[in-house]
Design a protein around this ligand. Structure first.
Ligand SMILES: Cc1cc2nc3c(=O)[nH]c(=O)nc-3n(C[C@H](O)[C@H](O)[C@H](O)COP(=O)(O)OP(=O)(O)OC[C@H]3O[C@@H](n4cnc5c(N)ncnc54)[C@H](O)[C@@H]3O)c2cc1C
Length: 263
């Protein structure tokens, strides 16, 4: 089974700094980690590869050269091959341009049965890249997965979380799945795994021309979403608790809403 897992390197801090000119996140020199849900996505990929009795898990990431560290960390978990998509032309990408870049990289990789993304990145927080990548590839997608198993070589059974419980969906392969942290417990890299991550496992760095990505479709140029202004929202006044009988609380709340001209 050929599985591709997308991972993002994200700032390991709440103290994010925004570039006042481009309005994009300053990543250089900021402590970074593998996006938490992407570790669960890698774990799901490794367990499906093993369940299928073999195959390959390729991990890909679009980011600055320092994103190599994140890819080596998931290679150490047991992924087979890694691709870093790094080029100044990718900088400042919004979710559409990010998905477009990943699309061209997947086309370059060629044959695959399954793509697994994390549901959401903890910095951009949009949960848009997975579904957008599936659209670019014109393949079925199942989001919010908390587990998956092969029904046969052409069908995957995916358990997904919904607002009211769980659903199990049979999806024809190739397909894309986004993964929640509830799906599994990511394995801890072994010493052997860490050594192989730097010595044995193939590691590629691809730029825009190698994957054939048109410059107008990637990076800041390919981004319909431009960050206009970033600012620290001013802290809101202290809230207060209405206590007592429910009926009475509702009446007092409605009174306050009118009093403050909120309707
Ligand atoms: C504070 C902030 C706000 C932003 N707001 C917006 C916005 O409103 N609209 C917008 O279009 N862009 C926005 N961006 C830019 C956006 O973060 C980038 O486009 C980013 O590359 C992808 O979006 P995301 O972080 O929301 O990822 P998500 O869509 O939340 O990520 C889902 C999954 O996609 C995969 N993935 C995401 N990025 C990459 C990558 N670079 N390489 C490999 N796999 C990846 C991972 O598996 C990840 O778990 C924002 C960025 C920041 C820092």
């Amino acid at each position: 089974m050929n599985i591709i897992v997308t991972i993002k390197q994200v700032p390991d801090t709440n103290d994010v700094r925004i570039d006042p000119i481009t309005g994009t996140l300053i990543r250089e020199g900021v402590p970074s980690i593998v996006n938490p849900e992407d570790r669960h996505a890698v774990e799901l990929g490794l367990s499906l590869r093993d369940e299928a009795g073999g195959g390959k898990v390729t991990v890909i990431s679009m980011g600055p050269p320092q994103a190599e560290v994140a890819l080596r960390q998931v290679l150490a978990m047991g992924a087979d091959e890694a691709v870093l998509l790094s080029d100044r032309a990718f900088a400042g990408a919004d979710t559409l341009a990010t998905a477009c870049t990943l699309y061209h990289a997947v086309k370059k990789i060629g044959v695959f049965d399954l793509i697994i993304c994390g549901r959401q990145a903890i910095d951009g927080d949009t949960a848009q890249v997975g579904p957008q990548l599936a659209e670019f590839l014109n393949i079925p997608q199942v989001t919010y997965s908390v587990g998956a198993r092969l029904e046969n070589s052409k069908t995957l059974l995916v358990k997904r979380m919904t607002d009211v419980g769980f659903q199990t969906i049979a999806v024809p392969l190739p397909a894309l799945v986004t993964c929640l942290k509830e799906a599994n417990r990511p394995r801890i890299p072994t010493l052997r795994g860490c050594m192989d991550a730097y010595r044995e496992r193939p590691f590629h760095v691809w730029d825009a021309s190698y994957i054939g990505a048109p410059v107008d479709d990637i990076g800041l140029r390919g981004s319909p979403t431009q960050v206009r202004r970033t600012f620290q929202p001013s802290p809101r006044g202290n809230g207060f608790l209405l206590t007592g009988d429910a009926q009475d609380c509702v009446l007092r709340l409605v009174g306050l809403i009118h009093e403050r001209g909120l309707v």
